[in-house]
Design a protein around this ligand. Structure first.
Ligand SMILES: O=C1O[C@H]([C@@H](O)CO)C(O)=C1O
Length: 567
């Protein structure tokens, strides 16, 4: 997984056009951001070491666009990370940008919009990297299926964004439908529909049939399910009922295999699990996907494990498995605590008095700016500049992002994480942490009570440009002594990790990838409300940034050479 053999490497060329399409993901039609007229976007499949070239044309009439390749570290190509205002200028309507990057190791990944809330608008798809030619996975399976999980809102993203920045605040609420591979049933469970009890279904949608997700399997075989969550808000749990799942991969890294009946999956995370079809083959079986971490107002999504040669629509002999109670955090913690890297995986730098070279503690709080509700990190709510950071830093455009501020990196002493912030006001800022190239950096993600009493939410944090080791989780305010309990032996490598309510999560990574990288809560409205920071490292080692990534903000003005005109 972490070694790229020198066997033959392929190049995959794609021509994509991003535009609005009418689509009915859950039988309710709306304008959805599609790729080549399709929602979700096409699945990319490649092998480790291959090069992906996506010629992306923006056919959204009045919006810029970018695509982030979630899980791909972009070694040597930081301008292809697809983060507007961070790694590149947003691609203007009618313009084309070429994303060219290497997929350096195998894993289950995804891609999605990273500008405004376009991801929530439907701009996403799967990116699956198989092991390099001639190499083998460290586990056996006879077939595989891909399950891309998402949540869906009937309110369009413009109304959502306007609400989030309104005074008074208008929260987006819970999603209407959970989707598997872009398909779901609004106000209607697939079970009720299949049993013919359509009274349980919303009548406006009863005339519409969204094809259920069916996994055709043979008895007594082993299948790999690739599961990725790209939800806007929902934390999910996937349960297979009669079939045990053995977890083998998390975020493109092998884990020490462990068996579960159900598993949590947070936005931005991916897993592979193995299931063996060892149940009575005269039946089909349900797979359920339900909401965790917030009081659910959304029906679970269902898929069908269809033992061949049964008909996929035959009556089920069992009910869909129920996913755990939304607020059973002990169970969620227990699942997270089961994840360790597979034997032989790289371990974090350690055993040296100077390691970590730096510890950055990030306290996430819900705050107010001028009466608007925001999320802040160390009391600064992230706003992005008009000149992409990668460009302004690489070319030394001082002033492109205002006065250089040094955000704080320690926790306020004695902060009471179980009460609303005593000073709920914060300011907007850039939140840029410059990391010494090759430094070993620990980050403590500290959660706390939100603005309302007795509320603290789950935040899955995603780091661009890196995998990181998850060193540990704890409850309450992180203290120096907690570092003694870090797992340095077999911590899992990931790119997304959950921070539980009122708790902290500690990660470690090596700042060895020249570029400017976003690190943020993967909940779409939370990022939009400022819940993120920027890491910059090894800028002097960044190669030539393609011109198309550069032409906006201060860089756009400086590089613009008006043609000479004759008088
Ligand atoms: O960011 C959020 O805002 C609301 C709530 O805290 C205020 O209405 C909510 O549930 C969030 O996750």
């Amino acid at each position: 997984l972490w070694e790229v053999s020198s066997a033959s490497k392929a190049r995959h060329n794609f021509k994509w056009e991003v535009g609005y399409v009418f689509w009915s993901p859950d039988c309710v039609e709306s304008a959805v951001i599609g790729i080549n007229g399709q929602f979700p976007g096409p699945t990319i499949r490649a092998k480790a070491g291959d090069t992906i070239v996506v010629e992306l044309k923006n056919s959204l009439p009045t919006e810029g666009v970018v695509i982030h390749w979630h899980g791909i570290r972009q070694f040597g190509t930081p301008w292809a990370d697809g983060t507007a205002s961070i790694s590149q200028c947003a691609i203007n309507p009618d313009e084309t940008f070429v994303y060219r990057f290497k997929v350096d190791k195998a894993g289950t990944h995804m891609y999605h919009g990273h500008y405004g809330m376009q991801r929530a608008g439907g701009l996403y798809g799967s990116l699956i990297v198989e092991v390099a030619e001639g190499e083998e996975e460290p586990f056996h399976y006879d077939g595989e299926f891909n399950l891309l999980l998402s949540d869906w809102y009937h309110q369009n993203i413009f109304d959502q964004m306007a609400g989030l920045s309104s005074k008074p605040f208008r929260w987006i609420g819970e999603p209407q439908t959970l989707l598997i591979n872009g398909r779901g049933q609004y106000n209607c469970s697939l079970e009720a529909k299949m049993n013919g009890s359509s009274s349980a279904c919303d009548t406006s949608s009863s005339s519409c049939d969204v094809e259920p997700v069916v996994l055709p399997v043979l008895p007594m075989k082993t299948y790999r399910l690739r599961i990725a969550s790209i939800t806007s808000l929902a934390s999910l749990n996937l349960a297979t009922g009669n079939h045990k799942m053995t977890v083998v991969e998390a975020d493109g890294n092998y884990v020490e295999p462990f068996a579960v009946d159900d598993m949590d999956i947070y936005s931005g995370e991916s897993y592979s699990v193995l299931i063996t079809t060892d149940q009575n083959p005269s039946s089909n079986y349900w797979i359920s996907v339900g909401v965790r971490g917030r009081l659910p107002k959304t029906q679970p999504a269902l898929a069908i494990l269809n033992y061949q040669p049964n008909s996929p629509s035959m009556a089920m002999s069992s009910r869909p498995p129920t996913t755990p109670a939304w607020n059973d955090y002990a169970r969620s913690r227990a699942f997270s605590h089961k994840i360790f890297s597979r034997q032989g995986a790289p371990t974090p730098p350690q055993n040296h008095p100077s390691i970590p070279h730096r510890q950055i503690a990030l306290l996430g709080t819900q705050t107010r700016i001028d009466g608007h509700i925001r999320w802040s990190i160390n009391n600064i709510s992230l706003v992005l500049p008009s000149t992409p950071y990668l460009v302004s830093m690489r070319y030394g455009l001082k002033g492109a992002f205002g006065a250089p501020t040094k955000p704080t990196e320690s926790l306020p002493r004695g902060y009471n994480v179980s009460k609303p912030p005593t000073n709920p006001n914060s300011t907007e800022g850039g939140n840029v942490y410059r990391l010494r190239f090759n430094a070993t950096v620990d980050v403590i993600l500290q959660n706390a009570n939100a603005l309302a009493d007795n509320v603290s939410e789950i935040h899955p944090w995603h780091l661009h440009g890196h995998d990181f080791w998850v060193l540990g989780y704890g409850e309450g305010l992180f203290g120096k002594k907690d570092a003694a309990g870090f797992n340095l032996k077999n911590p899992p490598l990931r790119n997304t990790v959950v921070v539980f309510p009122y708790g902290w999560t500690a990660i470690r990574f090596v700042a060895n990838n020249p570029g400017v990288w976003a690190f943020h809560c993967h909940i779409e409205p939370h990022l939009h409300m400022g819940m993120g920071v920027i890491f910059a490292e090894g800028i002097e080692h960044v190669g030539k940034i393609p011109d198309e990534a550069v032409g906006c903000g201060m860089a756009g003005k400086m590089w613009m050479k008006p043609p000479r005109v004759k008088h």
